[in-house]
Design a protein around this ligand. Sequence first.
Ligand code: MG
Length: 383
Amino acid sequence: MDRRDFIKTSAIVGAGTGLLSCTDGLGRFVSTPKPYRIDGSKRMSLSFFPYEIQLAHTFTVSSYSRKTTPDVQVEIAYDGFVGYGEASMPPYLGHTVESVCAFLSKVSLEQFADPFCVEDILSYVDSLSDGDAPAKAAIDIALHDLIGKLLGQPLFRLWGYNPAKAPATSFTIGIDTADVVREKTLECAGKYRVLKLKVGLDNDEEMVNAIRDVTDLPLVVDANQGWKDKQKALDEIFWLSSKGVRMVEQPMPYSQIDDIAWITERSPIPVFADEGIQRLCDLPSIKGVYSGINIKLMKCTGLAEARKMIDWARAENMKVMLGCMTETSCATTAAAHLSPAADFADLDGNLLILNDRFSGMTVVDGMIRLPDRPGLGLKKCQE
Ligand code: MG
């Protein structure tokens, strides 16, 4: 076989295996992945189905308790690949399985010939209604998973994030009696590097003391708007800080914006907005009110907008936290791909459920580990 025949043969073999041949710097033949080419005749198709999330324990925050979370699972199929997405709907945001399915029924992805036109596709999806953030997030997540799979690369790599910089995730302990809080702390203290405690009723100090009976791990607290008086809230924040609490989330009702700004100005630890913000367009109104923002995909319509919110927060010298709902590893892993860009991560939603459909991000010695597989990198569990 002469050199010309060899090159021809290599190209034919390469095409058959999805690989191309080229030469390296020393003139040797090497194989590289075949670049994905858009075939304009192919179209995306969207499917979805309700999926009730079963929680391992009854979950209590300052305003409600629950044992399940309504959820809708989404798939976008294209050219033999499937991108997975998810809408998780804790009751306080007012979305239901019915509202998510009604929104998804209106979405026509068949009109787009190129799944990589993410901005065009998501702008169209966003234009279909004013709300419906979880349903929009489900499409955004599935679309990102799909394009990562088409390109054969994990999302963190497409965005240029270093997976070694993925932070520790906190593990959340709900409001409970001191004995239960102590018991839950003992169960999880060896596995996590940061614990998050829900506060905001009348037993905050008892719960914190119960945790401090058994561990010195750093704590973060989330009042879920539970404190009503700014001076009392500030006094409690100083006390919490003396107990090793590193930051506080949503100390007061978000409508009390002047009171929250007053607390943030005086607080020894960062004050984060959660209920106080949903999307990118909300951020200018909280400038100077909080020290950081808690970004959740189900509030902000997904990964594309979350990345813009991270950029905004950095430009304003604010901190970034990534949160989640109780959800499967699909949505939690999607948020985890952003986590190398965050200061805090609270991505334990998949660890609190009994019926996960996927495996994806893992927590190793308390640190988030991202799967090095294309797209979200999910593997389906046996169903
Ligand atoms: Mg919160």
